[in-house]
Design a protein around this ligand. Structure first.
Ligand code: SF4
Ligand code: SF4
Length: 134
């Protein structure tokens, strides 16, 4: 039997950090303040231009954050807030899903519930309405 010449057309596994499959826009976000508070070993810091910046070695968020701003924001009631994830959050990441334009939701609800599955967290629920119809 001859060797297979072409690759099988398998679906490419990609990180899904944003969903726009319906009118709502859902986005995975990270709370960098909590990365710091939980002492994540993948949070690194470097100095440049007289400031100290922090970033994620795993590339879960893609921006460098001014540590002074981050520290100052911890004293505010709402803290530093969330930044968008650019790759799938890891089990220890302080991640959640933010939804925008919720008023555009379809009557049947979300058509991509798997998007809400975050590593090591409870999965989505399927609820069946068993009430008899008139
Ligand atoms: S790996 Fe996760 S918890 Fe650690 S710094 Fe990156 S985003 Fe934060
Ligand atoms: S509600 Fe569901 S289908 Fe719509 S954007 Fe969010 S995850 Fe995607």
């Amino acid at each position: 039997m001859g060797a297979m010449r072409s690759r099988l057309p398998l679906a490419e596994q990609r990180d899904e950090v944003e969903c726009r499959r319906c009118g709502v826009v859902c986005q995975k976000v990270i709370h960098p303040q909590r990365c710091m508070e939980q002492g994540c070993p993948f949070l690194y810091a470097y100095e440049a231009f007289g400031h100290k910046y922090a970033g994620c070695l795993q590339g879960v968020f893609g921006v460098a954050i001014d540590v002074e701003h981050l520290t100052r924001a911890r004293k505010r009631r709402n803290g530093f807030g969330a930044i968008r994830a650019v790759r799938e959050p890891l089990p220890m990441c302080p991640a959640e899903i933010e939804r925008a334009y919720e008023h555009r939701a379809e009557p049947l609800g979300c058509i991509n519930p798997e998007f809400f599955e975050l590593a090591d967290r409870p999965s989505f629920r399927v609820i069946e309405n068993t009430r008899p119809t008139a």
